[in-house]
Design a protein around this ligand. Sequence first.
Ligand SMILES: Cc1cc2nc3c(=O)[nH]c(=O)nc-3n(C[C@H](O)[C@H](O)[C@H](O)COP(=O)(O)OP(=O)(O)OC[C@H]3O[C@@H](n4cnc5c(N)ncnc54)[C@H](O)[C@@H]3O)c2cc1C
Ligand code: SF4
Ligand code: SF4
Length: 431
Amino acid sequence: MGTNKKSVMVIGGGIAGIQASLDLAEQGIEVKLIEKNACIGGRMAQLDKTFPTNDCSICILAPKLAECFRHPSIQLYTLSEVKDISGEAGNFKVKILKKARYVKEEECINCGTCIEKCPMRVDDEFDMLLRKRRAIYIDYVQGVPSIVTIDRDNCLFFTKGACRICEKVCEREAIDFEQQDEEVELNVGSIIVATGYDIFNPEYIETLGYGRFPNVVTALEFERLICASGPLGGHLLRPSDKAEPKKLAFINCVGSRDIKNNPYCSSCCCMYTTKEAMIAYEHDNELETSIFYIDLRAAGKGFRDYIERGHNEYAINYIKGKVAKILQDEANNPVIVYEDINTSKVKQIKFDLVILATSMVPKKDASKLSNILGVELDEYNFFKGGFYHPQKSSKEGIFLCGACREPMDIPNSVIDGSGAAAKAAEIVMRE
Ligand SMILES: Cc1cc2nc3c(=O)[nH]c(=O)nc-3n(C[C@H](O)[C@H](O)[C@H](O)COP(=O)(O)OP(=O)(O)OC[C@H]3O[C@@H](n4cnc5c(N)ncnc54)[C@H](O)[C@@H]3O)c2cc1C
Ligand code: SF4
Ligand code: SF4
């Protein structure tokens, strides 16, 4: 068992967990960073660019990923999940299940030969199922750690006892089908939860046609569609016929501020739809884009100016309108039927592609983790923070940061990560 009580466990390697880990490590505190996926990075790694600066998302994230990987005070546990916890603030004992990667971490150099030769193709979750990956894969090109992983559920060796091509082609002899899942015990002084968010499934709002109409996609799918490292190599085409769309519509608040689904505001969508419309315009400045909104919540510093720029420099047409439904014509063009809030008239407009800004929702397994940790969730199933100390959970010694607490953008997740790190450090420094 790791016996250093002066260490902190951070659960979740998205931007919030990464920032918390780096802040703690810089103070000389040992960090155990637990990530469920094969690579750290979280949702930010999936984004093309980020508002309000429109910086390339992976370009600003990659140095932090590398710093986390190289920092002598940070120990990464990928493919790992917390199974059990006991003890109290200052002295928690935690059991982690670390799943087998079937690749020797110290041998793999991510040369890609095995990926190229693997015959098994499966839907790629990182690319929102918009392309296929192999059964041996890396989450994304710049993924950290830079090591491949075998997806046991889809690998032909594990499912049919056949193949082993990856083993034959790997000159480093890095493949190890004998690896077993391991249980690791850790002793830590405090814990930070940074498990992030999921995306609302717009199929629940049947009138929007998502899942039935090929040219209705979610905003996260759009991030991948427009990204240079995405399935279309950054050349925006619509899914049904691979034609270049000329008329795009974004619909804000899909599943948010909606008493039938999620009554809360997802806080980022007004800004990221403007960002996505700007990026689309940069790809093709003949594009016509419209954003349907209930009201624009541009509360951050410079956010209102960003929206103004969207209108003035990127020709975005902001339509104050409540979308009732989406229809589809015979050429697979989505037709938005909406109530124009200014005139109270019902209108309809045809588009080539419609993008839904779906709600940020709690992780599916938030209740399971809250039971293991013994911390409370709020009425929506986000982790519940304190009123005066939002990063404090209901249990002493366990802190919260980022979108697992409530929907928030990247700058706020970074602030939150630093806040939680400061609180977690107080406990271990006291010991
Ligand atoms: C379409 C879209 C576009 C956006 N664009 C922008 C933008 O331009 N600018 C901006 O500021 N914000 C943007 N955002 C918001 C941004 O994605 C979030 O602010 C940010 O990702 C929150 O970071 P996080 O670390 O809290 O969570 P996440 O990014 O969700 O990371 C959580 C991490 O925890 C891991 N994890 C989850 N559960 C467990 C578990 N049980 N055990 C271990 N690990 C676990 C996950 O695998 C993941 O790596 C956008 C959001 C969407 C949906
Ligand atoms: S497992 Fe071997 S072949 Fe595959 S990426 Fe790693 S080093 Fe290359
Ligand atoms: S053994 Fe599995 S991972 Fe390896 S090449 Fe075959 S299908 Fe792919």
